[in-house]
Design a protein around this ligand. Structure first.
Ligand SMILES: NC(=O)c1ccc[n+]([C@@H]2O[C@H](COP(=O)([O-])OP(=O)(O)OC[C@H]3O[C@@H](n4cnc5c(N)ncnc54)[C@H](OP(=O)(O)O)[C@@H]3O)[C@@H](O)[C@H]2O)c1
Length: 226
């Protein structure tokens, strides 16, 4: 993989969504534009099945100039979309499957046949031999993906961050509190490669509207199985 970039927007108290029924808007219009540029620069966008079910994201590049540039460069109009599932609980009518680029669903071997029956018309179902980030990245590289943007949610970010399986982290912070105990957090507790003795490098800090974006670099990415 040439680039694995993680991207997330959180509140001041570290939440990436609310506990309520409605989807929480964290990003600003300026941050959102910059995110679309990040999407346009990658081959694929990865989100977990939890995010597909909760947010129903389209994961497209919603900027005509960025789309035009991709086409000029001989790339597909939109990046591919990737989701991961163990349960197979994915609805073929979800926005993820209805628009945009190539769609890939990665799952363990025992789920593949059922998922191909259900999603075969709207996505490529790819068997994931091992659920760890290194194996996920190797599987995606085998599908021709060299630049990957990982957009969440908590479960996926936790795995990639804990393992140090990324080059860059784009962390946006919205200037308000969610304040709900049950609201999803940036990560779950766990053992993280980047603890107090192994800090990420801050490359730059930008203000995009009222959102502060910190671009962090991982000097020792662990993308392959040790
Ligand atoms: N603010 C932001 O920037 C942002 C961005 C994205 C998402 N979010 C939020 O994040 C929340 C969702 O987080 P989440 O933790 O519930 O869901 P998630 O991380 O999106 O997806 C977790 C699910 O992915 C599947 N999965 C994870 N690791 C896997 C592996 N190694 N192999 C196979 N399948 C795997 C499992 O799906 P199955 O359950 O189907 O087995 C798991 O339940 C939502 O509230 C959403 O709004 C926020």
């Amino acid at each position: 993989m040439d680039l694995v970039q993680l991207s997330v927007c959180m509140s001041l108290d570290g939440h990436i969504d609310s506990a309520g029924a409605d989807r929480l808007l964290l990003s600003s219009p300026e941050d959102s534009r910059d995110m679309h540029a990040a999407r346009a620069a990658c081959d694929a966008i990865l989100v977990g099945a939890g995010t597909v079910r909760r947010d129903d994201p389209r994961l497209t590049v919603r900027d005509a100039a960025l789309v035009a540039r991709r086409l000029e460069e001989g790339r597909p109009e939109h990046p591919a979309k990737v989701t991961l599932t163990r349960s197979g609980r994915l609805d073929p009518a979800a926005g993820f499957f209805r628009c945009g680029g190539r769609r890939l669903v990665l799952c363990p071997a025992p789920r593949a046949a059922t998922l191909r029956d259900r999603l075969g018309e709207v996505a490529e179902v790819v068997v994931l031999d091992d659920p760890v980030p290194a194996a996920i990245l190797a599987t995606l590289a085998g599908c021709g993906i060299r630049r990957l943007l990982v957009e969440g949610g908590t479960g996926i970010l936790t795995q990639f961050l804990a393992a140090g399986a990324f080059h860059r982290l784009r962390l946006a912070m919205a200037p308000f509190f969610v304040g709900q105990a049950g609201a999803p957090r940036l990560t779950h507790p766990g053992r993280y490669l980047h603890g107090p003795g192994n800090r990420l490098r801050v490359e730059r800090v930008r203000q995009l509207g009222d959102v502060v974006v910190t671009d962090l670099v991982n000097g020792t990415p662990r993308l392959a199985a040790e």
